[in-house]
Design a protein around this ligand. Structure first.
Ligand code: COA
Length: 172
């Protein structure tokens, strides 16, 4: 039996600059570059949680709410929100920092799913997650809905089996 872990044990924070080669013609960070940065931070968090090789199984939700200008200091924070059998949902929050007062503003967020695999690339079990804070508990509960939605959209689960999703739509 693997010992459960908390989100803080695998939390991953990456801070970096936006350089000219990483921008679009409007001098803002290129979306694909941000996806790659989030993928890296997320995979490190999943790897710290599972202590296994992990692969990206799906990118479930990405919201590019604010553009990130050239020269910005970008902080990407990745937290495991829930661990299932072999898969882990990772929530990624992206912040930019005001140069003068250091105040941080949330720019983007995304939700990735990583799967731990063995030497043959086959899914392998991971420790469970024990959320601690209110936000971690909220994200933990919602993760099961998101997993079912992702599996339904990927054609890997029948809508009739998605109990958590049905519960939302059946609410009064
Ligand atoms: C991810 C991968 C290991 C899943 O393999 P699989 O044969 O579908 O295995 P399973 O059906 O047993 O699924 C394994 C886990 O992934 C989850 N999963 C699979 N597809 C998913 C999706 N689209 N969304 C969310 N979870 C997904 C399953 O629910 C299962 O979770 P659980 O064990 O925690 O219950 C396999 O598809 C793979 O290797 N893909 C390529 C990954 C890769 O190379 N990524 C880099 C992008 S280039």
């Amino acid at each position: 039996m693997m010992q459960s872990k908390t989100p803080s044990e695998s939390r991953t924070v990456m801070t970096d600059l936006v350089l000219p080669s990483e921008t679009n013609p409007l001098n803002n960070l290129f979306g694909g570059d941000l996806l790659a940065r989030m993928d890296r931070a997320g995979s490190i968090a999943a790897r710290r949680h599972s202590r296994r090789v992990v692969v990206t199984a799906s990118v479930n939700h990405v919201a590019f709410n604010r553009s990130i200008p050239l020269g910005s200091v970008v902080t990407i924070e990745a937290n495991v929100s829930r661990a299932f059998k072999s898969s882990m949902e990772i929530i990624i929050d992206v912040w930019i920092e005001d140069r003068e007062n250091g105040h941080r503003t949330k720019a983007n967020e995304a939700i990735y799913t990583f799967v731990a695999v063995d030497d043959m690339g086959k899914p392998t079990p991971v420790p469970s997650l024990t959320p601690e804070t209110d936000l971690e508990k909220e994200r933990f509960v919602a993760a099961l809905r998101r997993k079912q939605l992702s599996l339904v959209l990927a054609g890997k689960m029948k809508p009739s089996e998605a109990t958590e999703l049905k519960a939302i739509f059946m609410e009064e």
